[in-house]
Ligand binder design. Structure first.
Ligand code: FAD
Length: 360
């Protein structure tokens, strides 16, 4: 009898783990959304409506033997998953791949793709009419969004505010930050760093409404719309009891051992953004975790032991619109705008995920 593997969460890590194990186990992928969401291209979807439909990819072609169950995991224990419907899925192994939330438009809380598309199109219309945009957060999402807005509407004023003294916290060399700052300046994006707003704008984020915001350093910024580009929370409420709670940190992150199993649990793995691994939260890393865990599950099925997971060196690909941006990894050094456009900016990596999901 093949083992049953419950993969909880059908994002980047979950679809990779499910696909890798499909041939050797009975895979059940649990996911409340009606489609995979290619969040990596979400910001392009905001500024270019032609991209809206391309971000939502059906799960139908992902698995040959396994099945996708549209529901959320309400509770997880080492022997299976209880769904929101109350149904239980017994499993020999559980892979937790439930990711983390991020404010719209970087991620969508909606589980229904029609609702998410409608929200994205509505926000596009409001953004298109704005003359000034305020972005809170100078990390990869805030800067990528600034680049997308400037590429689509060069005349729109974009201001990015962040309390950190510089853009892009992380293990990147000064040369990389300098190049990104140079391109932002060329695009006319204003960076207001080292200071915070005295109070969050009174208007709702992502909705057109004139606003004036003050910074602690004494600046006054006027805009017609603002977006929150910081603040993420791991999804792991299903681990509040059922024996997994000892791995769950107060912020919701799940601790994992070097082989990506929850400490003290032989059959439960966690991958991707839901983990507390001290590395960048990226689809690239989630995919690497998924492949390591698939190999670990196969080893256990054959009577062996999972090997420790080997992290990739840190890396970042930061498009600033379809043709701009910069990338960095220790192996390649800094890559220029043209190379960054080839890697992500032009295609938003969507073909890779269409192939993985078997989308015709
Ligand atoms: C705008 C933007 C651009 C990005 N660009 C890049 C990039 O260029 N390259 C890169 O490598 N990374 C990029 N990232 C980061 C990347 O998107 C995340 O690191 C990645 O999504 C993490 O994958 P994951 O599988 O851990 O989680 P997710 O992809 O978030 O998937 C988690 C899934 O679990 C589901 N889920 C949640 N709770 C439950 C539950 N209780 N039961 C069942 N299912 C549940 C969710 O619905 C979701 O589908 C970007 C992120 C954003 C927001």
């Amino acid at each position: 009898m093949p083992s049953t593997v419950a993969v909880v969460g059908g994002g980047y890590g979950g679809i990779t783990a499910a696909r890798e194990l499909d041939a050797s186990a009975d895979v059940v992928l649990v996911e409340p959304r009606d489609t995979f969401v290619h969040h990596v291209a979400a910001l392009r979807g905001l500024v270019d409506p032609a991209w809206v439909d391309r971000i939502f990819l059906p799960y139908d072609g992902l698995l040959e033997r396994g099945r996708v169950v549209r529901d959320r995991a309400a509770a997880v224990d080492p022997r299976g998953v209880v769904l929101g419907s109350g149904e239980r899925i017994d499993a020999d192994f559980v892979v937790l791949a439930t990711g983390a939330s991020y404010p719209f438009p970087a991620k969508f809380a909606e589980h229904d793709s029609a609702e998410a598309k409608a929200r994205l199109r509505a926000a596009h219309a409001e953004l298109a009419a704005a003359r000034g945009v305020l972005l809170l957060g100078a990390g990869p999402v805030g800067l990528e969004l600034a680049g997308e807005i400037k590429a689509a509407w060069p005349g729109t004023a974009v201001t990015v505010v962040d309390p950190a003294p510089d853009i892009l916290a992380g293990p990147f060399p000064e040369e990389f930050r300098k190049e990104v700052r140079r391109q932002l300046e060329e695009l006319g994006v204003e960076l207001v760093l080292g200071t915070a707003l005295t109070a969050e704008p009174a208007t709702a984020p992502g909705r057109a409404a004139p606003l004036t915001a003050a910074t602690e350093s004494g600046r006054t910024i006027s805009a017609d719309i603002w977006f929150r580009c910081h603040g993420t929370a791991p999804h792991s409420d299903y681990a509040l009891d059922g024996g997994l709670a000892s791995a769950r940190r107060p912020n919701g992150g799940l601790d994992v051992a070097p082989d990506l199993r929850l400490p003290g649990h032989e059959t439960v793995f966690a991958i991707g953004d839901v983990t507390t691994l001290p590395e960048a939260k990226t689809a690239r890393n989630a995919t690497t975790h998924a492949k390591a865990v698939a190999a670990g599950v196969r080893a256990l099925m054959e009577g062996g032991e999972p090997a420790p997971y080997e992290p990739l060196p840190p890396g970042i690909v930061l498009p600033l619109g379809p043709g701009g941006g910069a990338s960095y990894s220790p192996e390649t050094g800094m890559l220029d705008a043209a190379t960054t456009a080839q890697i992500k900016g032009e295609t938003m990596m969507v073909e890779h995920y269409r192939e993985l999901l078997g989308v015709a």
